[in-house]
Design a protein around this ligand. Structure first.
Ligand code: PDD
Length: 284
């Protein structure tokens, strides 16, 4: 049985509890981060904590723990649960109070929950075989740049993708691809350009996306930030997704149109290798 962290305590998972009045439960008034673990060490940790602060700031939510405490809690959970490869999930909500749309942040104590999930991240079926994508309209709210726990639409999107025989969905708004249900979207054009849409309120500023851009820049292949349509994606040489839990995931088809001969493309696999190598050098 896992040990999880709840509001200052390390407890067996079946004893971990939060209030039914928690605003995370009643209003999805919560933010989260998912940091991966490789070889028992945390990947891109400082960037995840920086984004947590940004999310909290945008929502006027207090963070009552220090960054040092957060690192210590992550490490303690990784160690207590013997996580070699997997993720640490962190969720912070505004806290528990009788149900009311209005709230006074000063009167609330934020709820903090963390747990681990051990699973292979490097040697995966997605890395080996790639993933099939279908497109769906992006029906989420207007602040997708904040990492909130309002994940009903992405969850339903993944269910729809599965029902359509695919592995995940890319969302389309105003004719252009915004992002995947839980990842950022990239294409490699037939001219060899690597393209992802620019940051805005429409997408999450992915930590993996930012790291990939920095590592590519350092290698002399910059990633172009511009919008692309689903039609352009279907006509691309390669496509892939990035996220903390998949790293770089090759896309082998979009709405049934095969890409890169139906197998992971060379540019994608190169980026995946670079990301993993560079991340390991910086792991905490
Ligand atoms: N999802 N876009 C969305 C909508 C996401 O939910 C995520 C992450 C990303 C990629 O961000 P990062 O590289 O920082 O993981 C982009 C996490 C992994 C999740 O919900 O499980």
């Amino acid at each position: 049985m896992r040990t999880v962290y709840v509001n200052g305590n390390y407890v067996p998972e079946d004893e971990a509890k939060v209030s039914v009045f928690d605003r995370g439960f009643l209003f999805a008034d919560g933010i989260y981060e998912v940091a991966s673990v490789l070889g028992g060490k945390l990947i891109d940790f400082p960037a995840h904590i920086a984004r947590l602060h940004r999310s909290a700031g945008e929502l006027g939510m207090r963070i009552d723990v220090t960054d040092e405490d957060l690192l210590a809690i992550h490490r303690e959970l990784v160690s207590r649960n013997n996580v070699e490869e997997g993720v640490v999930y962190l969720q912070m909500t505004r806290g528990a109070i009788d149900r009311d749309f209005l709230f006074d942040t000063d009167k609330l104590t934020p709820t903090l929950v963390l747990f681990t999930q051990s699973r292979p991240l490097i040697d995966t079926a997605v890395a080996k075989n790639g993933m099939k994508i279908v497109s769906i309209p992006d029906l989420r709210w207007g602040r997708c740049d904040i990492k909130t726990v309002q994940l009903l639409y992405p969850s339903l999107g993944k269910m729809e993708a599965k029902a359509r025989g695919a592995d995940d969905a890319w969302m389309v708004r105003d004719g252009v691809v915004t992002e995947g249900t839980s990842n950022n979207a990239f294409i490699v054009t037939k001219n060899g350009a690597i393209v992802t849409r620019p940051l805005s309120h429409a997408i999450l500023p992915g930590i993996t996306r930012a790291a990939l851009m920095a590592y590519s820049e350092a290698n002399g292949t910059s990633i172009e930030e511009r919008e692309f349509t689903i039609e352009e994606a279907k006509d691309a040489a390669e496509a892939f997704i990035s996220s903390a839990s998949v790293f770089v995931g090759p896309v082998i088809s979009i709405d049934g149109v095969e890409l890169s001969g139906g197998k992971p493309g060379p540019v994608t696999l190169g980026l995946r290798k670079t990301y993993i190598e560079e991340s390991l050098k910086r792991a905490l």
